[in-house]
Structures are given as C-alpha cells and as structure tokens.
Design a protein around this ligand. Structure first.
Ligand code: FES
Ligand code: FES
Length: 872
C-alpha cells in the first residue's frame, strides 16, 4: 500500500482515487483545508505538496503518494516554532475577518517567502491571486506578507508566539444549556446565574423603537474570580464587533479587556435581537452593553461603600478591577466584594456613562490575538462534527417556483448507507458523506411543473410590476416644494436612468447547518446573522415552541447579509427524518441558485439648475432596490424622493449596504453631471450645495489626501504609461447612511481601446466615536474591495428564467490583482455616538469610479457593473 507524509506523519493511502481534499478533512480530521468551490478557483483548499502550493480539490490522494503534504495544521512545524512567521504576521496585521480563506493564504504566502524572501507588492499579488478573500482583506494580507518577510529575516518583534498558538476561539459559548432560553425567562429565575454560587448579574432591559424591538438589551455577569462575561444578541460574522464590545465593557467597568469575555450567537444564552444587520452593532448592542457594564460598576461601588462603613458613593471610584476609596486609598477588588454574593440587578434607570472623550481603553487599538484563524483550529459550521453525524442533500428543481409532481426515489434508497427523507414536497437524503448524499439525490427521478417564464428585459419587467410592498420594503414617498414646476422652470435640466445588476453574496463558506434533535428539543448550529429569526422560522416549520429550539452561531465563513436559515430548516428536517444529527452544506451551485440576490435597481433621476448653476429641483424614483441611502444631503428647495417596490422575478433580499449602493450611485453620478453642466468643479459644486458639515469634512479629507486638483477636470491629462497613451481621470462621491459619512475619491487610467484601470481609491470615513480603530479600518478596506466588484464587473447571469451563474469561474469577484492602491482616512468624532462601519464605506465607490471614467473619457456610464467586459 502507498503512503504519503502529511504534516510530518506517514499516512497509509487506502483509496488513491479519493479526493485529497475529502481525505484530509474526513479521514485525517485536518479541517484547516477548506471547501470553497470544488473547481479550483477559490484557493480555500490550498496545501503545500513538496513545498509547492496545490489545490487539494484538484488532486487525488494517489497523486501525492511518496510526497510531502503540508496543511495549515503543520505549517508552524516547517519553521520549527509555535507559529510560522507568516502566521504571526497575519495575526499582527489583523489580516483576516471571517478567517475562512486564511489557511490557504498563509500556506501560499509561506511558499512565496521560501523562494522570494523579500517580495514586492506585485509578486505577492501574483503569487496569492489564486486565493479568494471575499471579505476583501487583500491590503492587510499584503502588509502581513511584508511583515512576515521581515520576521523571517529576524527583523521586527521576535517571540515564539506560543501564547498566541494556544489562543483558540476564546469566546465560544461553552456554557451549559439552560432549562429555558434566558431571553424567555425572568432575570431572577435564569438557572445558570445561580449555579456558580456567587457573583453579580446586571441586566439592561430591551429597547423599543416605535413598533420595533430595536435591541433586546444586554446582560453581564461579574464573577468572584473577577472574570466578566457579557452577553449580547448581535453575532460576529467576521466583522469583529466582539473586540469592540469587549473594549466598551472594559471601559465602563474599569477592567482589563483580557478579563472580559463576550458570549454571542446562542439563542439560549443571549438577549433577543432582531439581527446583526444595518450596522446596528455599536448603536444597539454596544450601547446596551455599556449600560449593563456601567450599572455593574455602580453596584460594585455601592457594595464597596457599604463594606467601608457606608461612606458616600462619590467617595469611591472604579479602577483596574477594584473600587478605590478616595479618602483612604483602600482598594477593594471586585472579586473580594462578590465572594459569597449572589445578586441580580435589573436596571431601571440609565447609569452614568463614561464620555467617549474620556475613554482610555475603548477607542484605542487593542491587540486581541485571534490565532485560531491562522492555525486552522477555528471551527466553522462546515467543520463541525457530532457523534453519528450524517450528511444531507436536498432535491431541488431546475427553476425556482417549480412544484414537484412526482418522484421515484427507489434508486437512491437502494444505495448503501443512504436514507431518503420525504416530508410533504420536501425530499432529501442522508448518507455517511456529502459526496454519496449528492449522488443519491442525483439518482432520484423527479417531475416538476414549469413555472411561468421570466422575461429577458428585466428593467421593463420591474417598471411594469411595481407593488406597494410591506414592512421595511414598503413604498416611500416624500416631497418638499413643487418639483414638477421647478423642473419645468429650470434653465438646465438633466434626466437619466441608472441601473444596477442583481448580485450574489458569494460567502467563501457556502451555507451550512448542523441540526440535532434530543428529547423533542432541537439544536441547530448555523452561520447566520439572524439567529433569533432562524429560531422563529424553525418554530414555524416544525410547529414547536421557540423555547425548545436553540440556534448557535459558530464562526461563519462570510455572510454579507445572505444567510437567513433555509439550510437550517433543511438540516432539521433531515435530522428529524433520519433520527441522527445531520449536516447540510450547500454546494457552490446551490449557493448561487438557491440563495437570494441583491435586488436589481432601476432609478430615474430628473434635476434642474437655475441660471446661477444652483440646483433648484430634484426628482428621484428608485424602483425595486429600496430606500436605504435615500437621504439627500444637498440643499435644494424642490425635492421629491420615491421608492417603489416591485415584484422581482428572482428571489432577492438583504445584502451588505442594501440599496444604499444603488441610490448613492445614481445620486452622485447625477450630481456630477449637474456640476459639469454648470461648468463647475465637482468638488466645489458639492461643497456649495452641501447641507451636512460632517459630509463636508469627509469630502475635504478625502480630496485632500488624493490631491484633488480643481480646474483641470474634465479634460484629463493624456500621459505615456506602460508603453501607451492613457487618460487619467479622478472622480469623487459622497454618501451618508446608518449614521456614517463617507467620501470616496477614485483615480483611473483609460486607454484608447477603452480599457480602464482603477489605480487608487481614497476613502475618508467618519462614524462618530471610534471604538476599535483597527476593526473600522479593516471594514473600510474590505468593504471597498467588495464594492469594487459590484462597481466594475460583478453581475448574476440568467438564462431561460433561472440563475445561470453556478460557479466562481462564471461569476467574477475581486482578487488580489484587481485591487488598486487603497488609502483610508478615519475621522474620529468622540462627541458623536458610535455608528457602524461595515456598510457605509461601500456606497460611494461605484459613483467615484464612474465619475472618474467620465472625467477621463467623457463617457457617462449609468449601469452597474460599469465594465462587465473590462472596457467602456
Ligand atoms: S480551489 Fe479547491 S475548493 Fe476552491
Ligand atoms: S477573511 Fe478572507 S474570506 Fe473572510
């Protein structure tokens, strides 16, 4: 029998035809090798074979016989240290968000450095280009490779990093399941709180915003050991809100952030939350946690005052995990105050909060190591294992909306180890491995009816299928002045239609869930940003009380607003039917065809100028996309804004930044057109009309960093570049959304053949008080990269009424070599509440590029993507 050496250990090869990827994961348990596409286009499955990067999904085990395979689990051994320099550098540069791509990146970077000890940026981009990072961490990964090169040369900080290697998912909920979910149980009756025997529990109650429950509040526990455990309903899907929460709690409680652990993503333990969307982590959960922590601080001060003979509260202050008496200097550690205590405090009044201007912990970089992403020990949903676990696959029609007429499952049922589960129209199978489950589903003969065909002209379809909508997707209309009369009286009028394409979320880890039934109670682990909504969906699907359902969110390989629980219901159905725990992990084709899409937008804009070149009228109609990013930041006396929902022919739903990208693209492109029509510089035209000093500040910051040069637009400067004449254009755009303000400047080169290269993007962003600057910058960079795809080339393809994009090779997303020079200016406003940073930095990228293309070429592109074929 052949053998191979994997991470230094000799392994017998019993099935040489097996996929190397499957073998490493399922037989050797090396789950750091990730499943991303299965077709060799994402790089998530990268391993080193005799030191060379190879894609495990493209190799058979027999092909590595008598060779040496290195996975991320064995990378450090190559360096003979607890962590390889690449791993240490990736941690130091915080060069990951969800972390799903990180193992492949690390291996490819290590192989590069073995050959080129000091690579240039271009060499790094070229070498790592086979690896996709949908979170857009490319700039920080490049910085990490440079840092790793320095570390390997013995420059920079040294240290073995053994303490980092030992840090694996420190905040994963590891608490016992309570008898009832805590959000459904009165605080005093929550069973776990009493089990440790002592400590202080403080609860900040839920907050209502009109008819909506904006936040389920927060609670935290201060143990006699001094450990603080804080619970929030918001989840961390890679944006690292966890560190910001930790900093806020540490700030208010005056403790070291290292003693604070954050529990999130567990519906049995965490406060109810409507979902982690809309950049609400800081405004909702962050503020709730601050109050819970501040309330705990006040209770501890009261306890210290009582312990000291009842002195006035004001005589005491919280400091480094203790209460200190200003008169005597006596210091009482929190732990000492809580020995033997068992107290639950539900706050009814807002406790005094520390002003962000006085923050000493929050608002500063915090080096929270997340080593599990670089060592392969971070367990994503698709890496989970349970005793008796089966793998599931679901029978689906070719077209959405097709109804099942008949199915013959005999061939599937005859396959060894396969079980067919039928539940109404639902048919699925379970098997011992995902490949067998898929083959079994393919063996089912099914007849489907044919849904009505979808017309090819989507713009016309949406225009003729407008509806009223409901909930947050209901129609919106606002009017100031008399827009029609002002448009008729305008000296110059410009009218245009802007469109944006349907987009796919493309998380690197496709949708996955593991479900398990036990004594009538259901536990589902799934990557979602709406665990409580998934709990409600499961309750409805199975007709059981929500109290009997627990949804846990393990680390998630990207979501971007798209993971809402279909796979959780499928896994639970299969688990119930088979009586075993079941994992459902969608294929890449399922991800494209059965996930929903970012809505297409059709936007009509009409605007007028007076003789002085001032905007007198603005009429804006968004069909289908939504009302996000609708606010009009310019002073105009006659203004009409409308959003008209439409009956989309394709499933559509939430997506990072929602419709703010489309609406900002249309508004800022049209404002640019007005500026040129008025003979004005686009920067000064905007500043003249701006009605928002925060936007003016980011606009000046971005143009200042770019070196905006008023006066020479729009002709541009032809220049000799790389052996050809090119025109350089710069464009700018601004956006406001979800409490943040962004200005983006883009610099492009266009050649005579219409080829366009984006050379540089500068983003200035302000989101109030900055809690965790590293994470905000990471979100700005990653968001800019993601926006680049939608601006330039991303677009879902359709054929015969269904989604025709089924693979990463057929749907282009940004790679290393697509990323221009990125420059971020972060404005801190501690006088303002903290807002989110995960979405707003995206919204001005497309119009800035479109405006730059116009400046260079004179062509006004009004549809996203701007360059589906790579040229104007
Ligand atoms: S390249 Fe192998 S899973 Fe994507
Ligand atoms: S960090 Fe790269 S895909 Fe998420």
């Amino acid at each position: 029998m052949n053998s191979t050496v994997v991470d230094g250990k000799t392994c017998e090869i019993s099935r040489p035809d097996a996929s190397l990827l499957v073998w490493l994961r399922s037989e050797l348990g090396l789950t750091g090798v990730k499943v991303g596409c299965g077709e060799g286009t994402c790089g998530a499955c990268t391993v080193l074979v005799d030191g060379q990067p190879e894609l495990a999904c493209q190799l058979r085990v027999g092909e590595v016989a008598d060779r040496s395979v290195t996975t991320i689990e064995g990378l450090a051994d190559l360096a003979g240290e607890p962590l390889h320099p690449v791993q240490r550098a990736l941690i130091a540069e915080r060069a990951s968000q969800c972390g799903y791509c990180t193992p492949g990146m690390a291996l490819r970077a290590a192989a590069l450095l073995a050959v080129h000890p000091d690579p240039a940026d271009g060499q790094i981009a070229a070498a790592l280009d086979p690896c996709l990072c949908r979170c857009g961490c490319y700039p920080s990964i490049v910085r990490a490779v440079h840092r790793a090169a320095a570390l390997a040369r013995g420059e920079g900080e040294t240290g073995a990093g053994s303490e980092l290697a030992a840090t694996a998912s420190p905040d994963l909920p590891s608490l016992a399941r309570p008898a009832r979910p805590w959000d459904m149980t009165a605080a005093e009756e929550r069973d776990w709180f009493g089990v440790p025997g002592e400590g202080l529990v403080v609860v900040w109650p839920p907050a209502q915003a009109g008819p909506w429950l904006r936040s389920g509040g927060a609670w935290l526990h201060v143990a006699a050991s001094g450990t603080v455990t804080a619970f929030t309903g918001k989840v961390d899907v890679g944006q690292d809100n966890r560190t910001a929460f930790r900093l806020l709690v540490a700030e208010e409680l005056a403790v070291d952030p290292a003693v604070v652990r954050i529990v999130q993503g567990d519906t049995d333990l965490c406060p109810y939350d409507p979902g982690t969307f809309g950049s609400r982590s800081m405004p909702d959960a962050g503020e709730a946690l601050r109050r819970a922590a501040a309330g705990a601080r006040e209770v501890l001060i009261d306890l210290a005052a009582a312990r000291s003979g009842g002195g006035p509260h004001a005589r005491f202050r919280a400091e480094r995990g203790s209460v200190v008496c200003a008169m005597t200097g006596i210091r009482l550690p929190y732990g000492a105050l809580l020995v033997g205590a068992q107290r639950t405090e539900v706050l009814v009044e807002e406790p005094p909060l520390i002003s962000p201007q006085d923050w000493t912990t929050a608002g500063r970089p915090y080096p929270a190591p997340r080593a599990d992403a670089v060592t392969g020990s971070r367990r994503f949903v698709s890496d989970l294992w349970r005793p008796g676990l089966r793998h599931g696959a679901v029978l689906r029609p070719l077209e959405a909306g097709a109804a099942l007429q008949a199915a013959d499952t005999a061939a599937a049922e005859a396959m060894p180890g396969v079980r067919v589960v039928q539940d109404g129209d639902f048919i699925g199978v379970t098997a011992g491995d995902p490949q067998t489950a898929r083959r079994a589903v393919a063996a089912i003969k099914a007849d489907w009816d044919q849904p009505a065909p979808v017309p090819v002209d989507l713009e016309s379809y949406l225009r003729t299928h407008q509806v009223d909508g409901e909930g947050w997707q209901r129609a919106v209309s606002s009017q100031t002045g008399d827009t029609d009369a002002a448009l008729a009286a305008a000296v110059t009028g410009i009218e245009a239609t802007y469109t944006t394409a349907y987009l796919a979320h493309v998380p690197l880890e496709t949708r996955a869930a593991v479900a398990e039934w036990e004594d009538g109670r259901l536990t589902v682990c799934t990557g979602t940003n709406v665990p409580f909504a998934v709990r409600a969906r499961l309750s409805q699907a199975f007709g059981i009380d929500e109290a009997a359902i627990r949804v846990i969110v393990p680390p998630v390989g990207g979501g971007f607003g798209g993971k809402h629980g279909d796979e959780a219901i499928e896994a639970a159905r299969l688990a119930r039917g088979s009586g075993r725990p079941v994992m459902v992990h969608w294929s890449r084709a399922e991800e494209f065809q059965w996930g929903f899409l970012r809505p297409m937008a059709v936007i009509d804009v009409r605007a007028g100028l007076d003789a002085a070149g001032s905007i007198t009228s603005w009429d804006f109609l968004d069909i289908n996309a939504g009302a996000n990013g609708f606010a009009f930041p310019y002073a105009v006396p006659n203004l009409r804004l409308r959003y008209s929902p439409a009956a989309s022919p394709y499933a559509q739903g939430p997506y990072r930044a929602l419709s703010a990208t489309a609406n900002t693209f249309a508004r800022e492109s049209h404002i640019d057109a007005l500026a040129y029509a008025a003979g004005a510089d686009p920067l000064s035209f905007r500043l003249r009309h701006l009605d928002d000093e925060r936007l003016a500040a980011v606009l000046q910051a971005a143009t200042g960093r770019l070196g905006w040069c008023p006066g020479w637009q729009p002709a541009g400067h032809p220049a000799w570049w790389d052996g050809r004449w090119v025109w350089r254009g710069t464009g700018l755009a601004i956006g406001l959304e979800k409490g943040g303000r962004v200005a983006t400047c883009a610099e492009i080169l266009a050649d005579t053949a219409g080829q366009v290269q984006v050379r540089r993007i500068v983003t200035a962003y302000e989101c109030g008080a900055v809690v965790n600057p590293d994470a905000v910058i990471s979100q700005i960079e990653g968001g800019t990269v993601m926006a680049l795809g939608g601006a330039l080339f991303e677009s879902v393809a359709f054929a015969r009424g269904r989604v025709a994009s089924t693979s990463l090779s057929g749907y282009r997303v940004p790679r290393f070599t697509d990323v221009p020079e990125l420059d971020v200016v972060l404005l801190d406003r501690p006088d303002l509440p903290a807002a989110g940073a995960g979405e707003t930095p995206l919204i001005a990228v497309a119009p800035a590029i479109a405006n730059a293309i116009f400046a260079a070429t004179g062509r006004r592109l009004r549809s996203l993507p701007l360059l589906p074929q790579g040229r104007t």
